[in-house]
Design a protein around this ligand. Structure first.
Ligand code: ADP
Ligand code: MG
Length: 573
C-alpha cells in the first residue's frame, strides 16, 4: 500500500508537467489516521473536479455505537459530520490556487434537511467521506506544490478536525442524531394516532425569503401555537413530551384572509416529509412520508394517464381514460398529477389554491346553472375529495381561502388569523347548514383507484452521442440523454443531490425492472429494495462511487419518470 509520502513524491515528480500527469495519483494512500482514495482524476482544470474518498477506521474515529446503530440516528450523525467537514474545509482550504477549479476542496452542498446522502457514511467499521478536489494547475501545467499543500496539508487537517469523535463538537453531534430520531419517531407514530401531520408548538414556519430556506428572523415572527381542540402530545425518545397541532386524516381545509400564513403552513407540511436540522424552526413539523404536493403544471407532458375521475371527456372525443398530451392544460395537468401520485403510492394530497387551477377546484351553483353539465368536462376536486377519503383512504389538506363550498366536504377547518391557527370546524358547519350552496354534486360514480400502468424501459434513453449522459441542473432539471426533465413543479424535491439520485435511479430502473411486464409501482418497490440492500450507491453507474447523491422518495422518482418526454407506457388495461 502506498503511503502519503509516496503521494508527496509523485506530486513533486509531476510538478510542472502537463495536466495529464495527474493521472499518476489515481490510487490509494495510507495517511496517519485514515486512508485516501483518489478515485477519479479530472481531465483538465476546468472539468468537473476530481473525486476522492477518505476512510477513517472506526477504532480510530471512535464514534459511540449508539449514535449509528439506529438508522434515524445514524442519518442524523452522518448529516452532522457532513456539515462539520464542510465547515472544516472552509476553514482549512485556501480555495483558489490557479486555473479553473484549481484548489477547490469540498463536499456536496446541503440545505436545511437531514437527508440520507452518499457524501458521509458511518458504520461499525469506518467513517467514510466523499469529496471533490480541483487539482491545481497554471493553464495546463501541474502545480505539484499547490497540490501537495492541498492534499497533504489542508485535507488531513480538515479530516482530523471533523471525522474523529474526540475532535468534533460531541454535544452537537449527539443533538443532531437524537433530533433525527425524534422526528422519525413522530413520523412513525402519526398513522396510529389517526394523523397525517404534526406541527409542534413553538415551531417557526416562515422562511427568510422566497429564495432562502432559512428561518425568518427579521421583524415579528409568530411561533406556531396549536388551537386547544387540535392539540396532541408525543413523548419523544430523546426530547420528552412535546405538544402541538395534530392534523387528522380525512379532509382538512386551511382558510383565512390573504397574507395570514396559510401557504406558509402548507409549505411546512410539504417539507415535513423530511427531517430538519436543529435551529431550522421546522424540526418538529412532521408529515407522513406518503404526502404529496399537488399543483397545476400546464405545459407538462402526460403519457396515458386515466384522468377520467376528474375530466370526463375532451374535444374531438379524446380518451380521458388513457390521456396523453405533449402539453397539458392547468386542469388536466392537475388531474394527471393526482392520478400519478396515487399510482406511485401517495395517500395524502396537499393542495394550495395559489398553485391550483380554479376550474379544477370549484364550480359554484351559478356557474352550474349557466354552463350545462354536458358542456363542462371537469368534475371539480370538490366533488371527489370525499370519495378519495371514504373509498380510498386518501386524505387531503387544502388551502382554500376563496370558496366556502368546501365547508360541506371538510372534516376539519383550520383558520389562520395573523399567523395563528384556530379550529373553526364547528362554525364552518353551522354556516354550511344555514347557507346551503345550492350546487348539484357532480360525481357520476365514486372514485376508484387508477389502473396501474406499465412503463416501457426502452423508452428511457440516457445516451447522447453514444454515451450515457445523466446530470442534474439545480433542483429543477435532469439532463437525461437528449432529454431535459423539468422538475420545477415537483415541489418536494429540495436538494440538487436528490435530482442526481433520481436521474440515475431512472436509468437503474430502466435496466433492472422496467421489463414491459412490471407496473410502475412494482418497479418502485424494487428500487426501494435495491436501496435497502446496496445503499444509495445501488443506482450508481459503474465508476467511482458518487459523493453527491441525496435520497429522494419513490414518489419523486416517479414524478421524474412521468415528466420524461420520451416515456412510453403500456396503457391501463
Ligand atoms: P397566505 O397564503 O395566507 O396568503 P402566506 O403564507 O403566503 O399567506 O404568508 C404571507 C407572509 O407572511 C409571508 O411573507 C410569510 O413569510 C409571512 N409569515 C407567515 N407565517 C408567519 C409567522 N408565523 N410569523 C411571521 N410572518 C409569517
Ligand atoms: Mg397563499
Amino acid at each position: 500500500m502506498a503511503s502519503s509520502e509516496d503521494l508527496r513524491s509523485i506530486l513533486r515528480r509531476i510538478d510542472g508537467r502537463g495536466y495529464k500527469a495527474y493521472l499518476d495519483i489515481k490510487g490509494t494512500y495510507d495517511f496517519p489516521g485514515f486512508r485516501l482514495y483518489v478515485d477519479r482524476v479530472q481531465g483538465d482544470p476546468f472539468a468537473s473536479p476530481s473525486e476522492v474518498r477518505v476512510v477513517v477506521p472506526q477504532d480510530l474515529a471512535r464514534f459511540p455505537a449508539d449514535l449509528y446503530r439506529d438508522r434515524a440516528r445514524r442519518l442524523g450523525l452522518e448529516d452532522f459530520l457532513l456539515r462539520s467537514l464542510a465547515d472544516a474545509l472552509r476553514r482549512e482550504a485556501r480555495g483558489h490556487r490557479g486555473t479553473g477549479k484549481s484548489g477547490l476542496l469540498a463536499v456536496m452542498p446541503h440545505g436545511q434537511e437531514i437527508l440520507w446522502r452518499s457524501a458521509v457514511s458511518v458504520d461499525a467499521r469506518r467513517v467514510e467521506a466523499r469529496l471533490v478536489a480541483g487539482l491545481p494547475a497554471a493553464g495546463r501545467t501541474v502545480l505539484g506544490r499547490e497540490a501537495e499543500a492541498m492534499l497533504l496539508g489542508e485535507l488531513p487537517r480538515a479530516v482530523m478536525a471533523a471525522l474523529y469523535w474526540e475532535r468534533v463538537d460531541r454535544e452537537q453531534a449527539r443533538r443532531w442524531a437524537c433530533l433525527a430520531e425524534d422526528q422519525e419517531y413522530i413520523r412513525s407514530q402519526l398513522p396510529g394516532r389517526g394523523l397525517v401531520a404534526f406541527v409542534a408548538n413553538g415551531a417557526i414556519l416562515p422562511r427568510e425569503s422566497g429564495v432562502s430556506d432559512r428561518p425568518l428572523r427579521q421583524g415579528r415572527v409568530i411561533p406556531f401555537q396549536s388551537p386547544p381542540s387540535l392539540e396532541v402530545e408525543f413523548v419523544l425518545p430523546n426530547g420528552g413530551p412535546v405538544r402541538g397541532m395534530g392534523i387528522p386524516r380525512g379532509v382538512t381545509l386551511i382558510v383565512g384572509g390573504g397574507y395570514h400564513g396559510k401557504s406558509t403552513l402548507l409549505r411546512a407540511l410539504e417539507r415535513g416529509v423530511y427531517n430538519h436540522i436543529p435551529g431550522d424552526g421546522r424540526e418538529l413539523v412532521v408529515t407522513v412520508p406518503t404526502a404529496v404536493k399537488i399543483r397545476a403544471e400546464d405545459g407538462r407532458r402526460v403519457e396515458k394517464v386515466d384522468i377520467s375521475p376528474f375530466i370526463s371527456y375532451l374535444p374531438f372525443g379524446q380518451d380521458t381514460r388513457c390521456f396523453s398530451t405533449e402539453s397539458a392544460s392547468g386542469s388536466t395537468s392537475q388531474a394527471a398529477n393526482i392520478v400519478e401520485a396515487l399510482e406511485a403510492g401517495a395517500d395524502v394530497l396537499l393542495l394550495d389554491e395559489d398553485t391550483s387551477a380554479t376550474n379544477f377546484m370549484i364550480r359554484d351553483a351559478r356557474m352550474q346553472m349557466l354552463v350545462a353539465r354536458e358542456k363542462e368536462p371537469i368534475i371539480p376536486f370538490l366533488d371527489r375529495v370525499r370519495s378519495l377519503w371514504e373509498r380510498m383512504g386518501v386524505s387531503s389538506v387544502l388551502v382554500m381561502g376563496g370558496s366556502g363550498d368546501y365547508f360541506d366536504v371538510a372534516d376539519t377547518v383550520i383558520m389562520m388569523d395573523a399567523y395563528r391557527p384556530h379550529d373553526v370546524t364547528a362554525r364552518a358547519r353551522e354556516i354550511a347548514s344555514a347557507m346551503p350552496t345550492r350546487r348539484r354534486p357532480e360525481e357520476p360514480a365514486p372514485m376508484e383507484r387508477p389502473a396501474p400502468r406499465i412503463p416501457l424501459g426502452d423508452s428511457l434513453d440516457p445516451t447522447r452521442g453514444g454515451r450515457v449522459k445523466i446530470a442534474a441542473r439545480g433542483t429543477e432539471h435532469i439532463r437525461f440523454g437528449r432529454e431535459d426533465i423539468v422538475l420545477d413543479c415537483v415541489e418536494q424535491i429540495v436538494d440538487e443531490g436528490q435530482v442526481r439520485f433520481a436521474g440515475d435511479a431512472l436509468y437503474w430502473m430502466a435496466r433492472h425492472c422496467l421489463d414491459g411486464r412490471r407496473t410502475l409501482r412494482e418497479a418502485l418497490d424494487l428500487l426501494v429494495a435495491g436501496l435497502e440492500e446496496g445503499g444509495l450507491d445501488a443506482v450508481a453507474p459503474p465508476g467511482p462511487p458518487p459523493g453527491d447523491y441525496a435520497w429522494a422518495r419513490p414518489l419523486e422518482v416517479a414524478a421524474a419518470l412521468n415528466r420524461l418526454r420520451t416515456l412510453r407506457v403500456r396503457p391501463p388495461r
